[in-house]
Design a protein around this ligand. Structure first.
Ligand SMILES: [Zn+2]
Length: 187
């Protein structure tokens, strides 16, 4: 696993410039680790991913929605904490392999309606269960519709989804990027 010791490839994502709402779940205790993980909470993405997030945000806004970001760049030390909390490779990347979040190329998102309420996606963010899977059939049509809306926006903006998590999107060639060590987000 290549590890970059520099973070010059990361760019800060801010709400005003990108037209998104940022709510970093790991900066609160409401997450799978059950405690605050990010002591310095900044939303950052790889410079190759940031323009795609902006494009996704513009697409969402054109349809009357706003993207809400739960997580972007994740330091490798945080990945180890999540792996210890839930050592299941279906939902949490093994730190030895490196999460695509630690490459800065993955982002966790949902959609807000015009009132600022999250669309019903059937499960909460980070719900590690079958109902989080994109193709889980036993969900109301409105949930499927909302997930497909998010999928369409993110695919059109140049991301790809993964089967097990409706909220997770990443650059299609994420595996080609090195894991990044950065103090932009500290644990
Ligand atoms: Zn993710």
């Amino acid at each position: 696993m290549d590890t970059a010791v520099i973070d010059q490839d990361l760019v800060i994502i801010n709400e005003a410039q990108y037209g998104v709402v940022i709510d970093l779940v790991y900066a609160s205790s409401n997450n799978i680790a059950g405690r605050v993980v990010y002591q310095t909470a900044r939303c950052a993405l790889h410079k190759d991913a940031a323009p795609r997030l902006l494009r996704a945000s513009e697409l969402a806004r054109s349809a009357g929605y706003t993207l809400k970001v739960f997580d972007g760049y994740r330091p490798p030390a945080a990945q180890k904490i999540f792996w210890l909390a839930l050592p299941d490779a279906q939902y949490v990347a093994d730190p030895l392999q490196g999460s695509h979040h630690s490459r800065g190329t993955a982002v966790d998102v949902t959609l807000l309606d015009e009132q600022g309420a999250e669309l019903d996606m059937g499960t909460g963010f980070d719900a590690m269960e079958d109902a989080s899977h994109h193709d889980y059939a036993d969900l109301p049509a409105i949930v499927q519709k909302n997930r497909l809306l998010l999928l369409g926006i993110m695919l059109h903006a140049g991301f790809r989804g993964i089967k097990s998590e409706w909220w997770h999107y990443e650059l299609p060639n994420s595996g080609a990027y090195p894991v990044i060590e950065s103090t932009l987000v500290t644990v």
